[in-house]
Design a protein around this ligand. Structure first.
Ligand code: BDP
Length: 639
């Protein structure tokens, strides 16, 4: 047994075991005991006759215990007697950075890449990043964009990756890389990247040897293949399984993994929501045991609300992990206050019914539903981090990063508990602040759904930047399924995508009873109505209103909720330093004005089809549609 008698600073206990720089001072003794029965960097915090102890098997576990106790001290939960034991829900808790080698960040709204490619290594910044992640239990970072360039695997870049890995290692964080499937040809000069050609497999094996020579604890590869124009095994007539397995074999000697993304939509079905399932479900059971299929929460693309991806319920012999988007690509960038944990939890808590009730996405991806299929468990969040002074562009956007980590560590925590912790540690634990701000955060995702895309509407964004509304958008020659009209299908009869059995049949990708519930307009949850049904404008909703009136009410409700945030924030002035208060205030004003923009655009556009009056008890559109159609924001390079 190794006892560390204090944990205030980096400690060399004589056994070359250190708690990393910056680990907080807490009122407890840290005890490392390799014989403890604890999984995966878990820890115990216990009050004993000799005082309070943090016990762990690993240094990383001890570090997590220290942060946990600090959190408890700061949130008023450290009163004794304590006896708690924590082990993570997911073994791999990973951030996906969509950072490019030119330091831009795809869908990043918080400045340039923190990795400073091509510039001196920002050691202190990376340490700080690692410490923030460690404090919530995140233990992996994919450093580069899923739209990966072959160059990331060049020796020069790998050496740089190794330097970053060295800085993060003490904090328990492993690095991973996104790789481009055509690297053997594009970087290695081979004639092909066909996964079944022996020279190609050899090339990847040599590359893996080079990587592990530099980074012994390298985590593995993330792969976007045959998706949105990226190369993949299908270019050579091979399957996703052929491609993933070839890479998995290269990483196997080092215990590395392949996270193979299921974000594909080759238009074999006329409904994009069906396509990932169509391609992947038939491959169940064909993947090596060091491959995990990484699946976005919804079947389309990180919309404000989607049903869960039906793939989760249909690969019982395959390891799966959820990919959530922390960066707010479709939720107002870093301008809108939208706390995302309710969205994340909605996904994890969704019951797929694949093995009867209780087969939630959390149960599946933590390996409980199909234990035989899982060698490792994981979860990924697309990072919202950049070089901005506050890391995320919006002070409140930090809460979704924090929350992703907390949920990945313990997926039974509620989004409210997580928000409360974050508020108390970030601002103040004064109840006069915590209560109103908690209410604001907890209602914010639903407010965004209301003012952007209520009742199951989706993907009616402006072309390219996904910020504002453009339900009318038409781009000659563009893929139909990148355009709003494909999704909303508004006409004189109604609005919404018919995914029922008489439509695209997507409902049958769900297990019963969901398939029948979604299929029937009278049982389909209203929040998903226009996702699954082309619904008549005069359809009666549970409120007693027509669909048209309800739609107008939802937009109005969204605006009113954001307006109430401005009032709340005014009252919070005494609790917050001037700088942060003003910065948040300025963003709330943008959000409020954007919410009216969404209402003006959507209500007036859809009115052209419904031909119905806007109810008199809601706020009325302010700007004419023709004026809104002229708005052209250049937000493609938001950095
Ligand atoms: C979409 C983004 C695009 C990503 C793609 C992906 O618009 O920038 O490359 O997803 O996840 O959400 O691969």
């Amino acid at each position: 047994m190794l006892a560390i008698v204090s944990c205030s600073k980096p400690i060399d206990n004589g056994n070359a075991l250190w708690l990393p720089e910056g680990t907080p001072e807490v009122n407890a003794e840290v005890v490392l005991d390799e014989g403890l029965d604890l999984k995966n960097d878990g820890f115990i915090i216990r009050d004993t006759p000799d005082g309070r102890k943090i016990m762990a098997r690993t240094v990383t576990g001890a570090m997590y215990g220290t942060y946990a106790l600090q959190r408890m001290e700061r949130t008023g939960k450290a009163e004794g007697p304590l006896d708690l034991r924590e082990e993570p829900s997911f073994e791999r808790r990973i951030l996906n950075h969509w950072d490019n080698l030119d330091n831009t960040v795809e869908r990043g709204y918080a400045g340039w890449s923190i990795w400073h490619w091509g510039e001196p290594v920002p050691v202190d910044l990376i340490k700080e990043y690692a410490r923030l992640n460690a404090s919530v239990g995140i233990n992996g970072s994919v450093l580069n964009n899923v739209n990966a360039t072959p160059e990331i695997l060049s020796t020069e870049k790998l050496e740089r990756v190794a330097e970053i890995a060295d800085i993060m290692r003490p904090y328990g964080i492993r690095v991973y890389l996104s790789v481009n499937f055509s690297s053997p040809a594009a970087l290695g000069g081979l004639a092909t990247s066909d996964p079944l050609v022996p020279e190609v497999a050899e090339w990847w094996k040599d590359k893996a040897a080079e990587i592990y020579g530099l980074i012994p604890d390298f985590g593995g590869f993330l792969v976007k293949a045959n998706s949105e124009g990226l190369p993949g095994p299908q270019d050579f007539g091979r399957t996703h399984a052929d491609g993933a397995n070839m890479l998995a074999d290269a990483l196997r000697p080092y215990d590395g993994i392949v996270m193979w993304r299921a974000f594909v939509y080759s238009p074999k079905s006329s409904d994009r929501a069906c396509q990932a399932y169509d391609e992947f479900a038939p491959l169940d059971g064909q993947f090596r045991d060091n491959v995990i299929i990484q699946i976005k929460n919804g079947p389309v693309d990180f919309q404000p609300r989607e049903p869960f991806s039906p793939l989760f319920g249909h690969m019982p012999n395959t390891q799966m992990m959820a990919e959530l988007q922390i960066t707010q690509e479709y939720l107002g960038f870093s301008n809108h206050l939208v706390y995302l944990l309710p969205l994340f939890k909605e996904c994890l808590d969704s019951d797929t019914y694949c093995k009867g009730p209780g087969s939630t996405i959390a149960a599946i991806t933590t390996g409980k539903t199909y234990p035989d299929a899982y060698r490792t468990t994981a979860i990924a969040g697309v990072a919202n981090i950049g070089r901005d002074e506050n890391w995320c562009g919006h002070h409140f956007a930090q809460s979704s990063w924090y929350g992703f980590g907390r949920m990945a560590w313990d997926c039974s925590l509620s989004s409210e508990e997580i928000a409360r912790e974050w508020i108390m540690q970030t601002f103040t634990s004064d109840p006069g602040f915590v209560g109103p701000v908690l209410e604001m955060m907890m209602s914010s995702r639903e407010a965004a759904v209301d003012y952007m895309m209520p009742l199951g509407l989706h993907h009616i964004f402006a072309w390219g930047h996904h910020y504002g509304p453009e339900p009318w958008c038409e781009i000659p020659g563009a893929r139909a399924d990148w355009l709003p009209k494909y999704y909303h299908k508004a006409d004189a009869a109604g609005v919404g995508f018919d995914r029922t059995r008489s439509g695209s049949g997507n409902v049958d990708q769900y297990h019963e009873p969901l398939a029948s519930i979604y299929n029937d307009i009278s049982t389909c949850p209203e929040e998903l109505l226009l996702w699954f049904h082309h619904t008549p404008w005069d359809h009666t909703m549970s409120s007693g209103r027509t669909l048209w009136d309800e739609l107008c009410h939802r937009y109005d409700r969204g605006i009113r909720t954001v307006q109430s945030y401005i009032c709340t924030w005014e009252e919070m002035r005494p609790f917050v330093d001037r700088k942060r208060w003003e910065e948040v205030k300025a963003k709330l004003e943008i959000q409020e004005s954007d919410s009216r923009w969404w209402r003006d655009a959507c209500v007036q556009y859809f009115q052209e089809f419904s031909g119905m009056e806007i109810p008199s008890d809601v706020s009325q559109p302010e700007r004419p549609l023709e004026e809104l159609k002229k708005i052209k924001l250049d937000m493609t390079h938001h950095n």
